[in-house]
Design a binder for this molecule. Structure first.
Ligand SMILES: [Zn+2]
Length: 117
């Protein structure tokens, strides 16, 4: 029985084309890392409240975890660039993705204010 074709998806759940499969596989794995960081954030809070846990700088540890999660979320692949969804080949002339064909979370939000993706 052949394996079902697995599609990678962007932040909106849209299927990504084969040429961006590895890029959005990385996105999926990075999202799992963010989930693990969130779990760790909660868990260290619970553990630090136990006997002997009071010496940990909990607020700083949790702030560092929040920062790490934010940095990953901003940099990880977010969605295809608008130049790709218009059916154009990736080109360095695109002022948004510069030929990559995709944009990250930090690039998406400013772009969404400039034009509809
Ligand atoms: Zn582009």
């Amino acid at each position: 029985m052949p394996a079902a074709r697995q599609y990678e998806r962007d932040a909106f759940g849209r299927r990504m084309p084969t040429r961006l499969k590895e890029v959005f596989r990385t996105r999926r794995l990075m999202a799992k890392c963010c989930d693990r960081i969130e779990e760790l954030h909660t868990r260290i809070g619970i553990v630090a409240s136990g006997d002997g846990g009071g010496q940990v700088g909990l607020a700083q540890v949790q702030a560092a975890l929040t920062l790490a999660k934010s940095l990953i979320a901003e940099g990880m692949p977010y969605c295809q660039c608008r130049c790709q969804r218009q059916g154009n080949p990736p080109g360095e002339e695109c002022d948004l993705c510069h030929g990559k064909g995709w944009i990250n979370g930090a690039e998406y939000l400013p772009a969404s204010h400039r034009t509809q993706l």
